[in-house]
Design a protein around this ligand. Structure first.
Ligand SMILES: [Ca+2]
Ligand SMILES: [Ca+2]
Length: 97
C-alpha cells in the first residue's frame, strides 16, 4: 500500500490508520486502545512507546504523525490528545461520501 501525504490535514487520518494497524495484530480488541499503547501505564504515550507499536516503514514518517497528535508538543500523547485525534479522524471519515 502506498500512501501519499498531500496535506497536514491528512495526518490525523494517517494516525488512526497506524493505530488501527496496531490493533489488527491483536484480534481481541476491536478499537485502537490507549492502554495498548501506554505500555508502562503512566497515563501517556511516549515517543518510544509509540515507535515500538508503529515502526518506521516506507515513506510514512511516524514522528510527523506523533507530533501531529501531540498537540501541545510536550513529547507525550495524553488521553485527551488521543481522544481528540480519534474524534478528528471520525469527523473526517464521516464527511466522506
Ligand atoms: Ca506511557
Ligand atoms: Ca502532549
Amino acid at each position: 500500500m502506498t500512501i501519499t501525504v498531500q496535506s497536514a490535514a491528512a495526518l490525523p487520518l494517517l494516525a488512526i490508520l497506524l493505530f488501527n494497524t496496531t490493533v489488527s495484530a491483536n484480534p481481541s480488541a476491536s478499537q485502537p486502545g490507549f492502554p495498548q499503547l501506554d505500555t508502562n501505564r503512566d497515563g501517556r504515550i511516549s515517543w518510544q512507546e509509540y515507535l515500538a507499536r508503529n515502526p518506521v516503514s516506507g515513506r510514512l514518517n511516524p514522528r510527523r504523525i506523533f507530533d501531529n497528535v501531540d498537540q501541545n508538543l510536550d513529547g507525550y500523547i495524553d488521553r485527551a490528545e488521543f481522544d481528540s485525534m480519534k474524534r478528528r479522524s471520525a469527523t473526517t471519515s464521516s464527511r466522506l461520501p
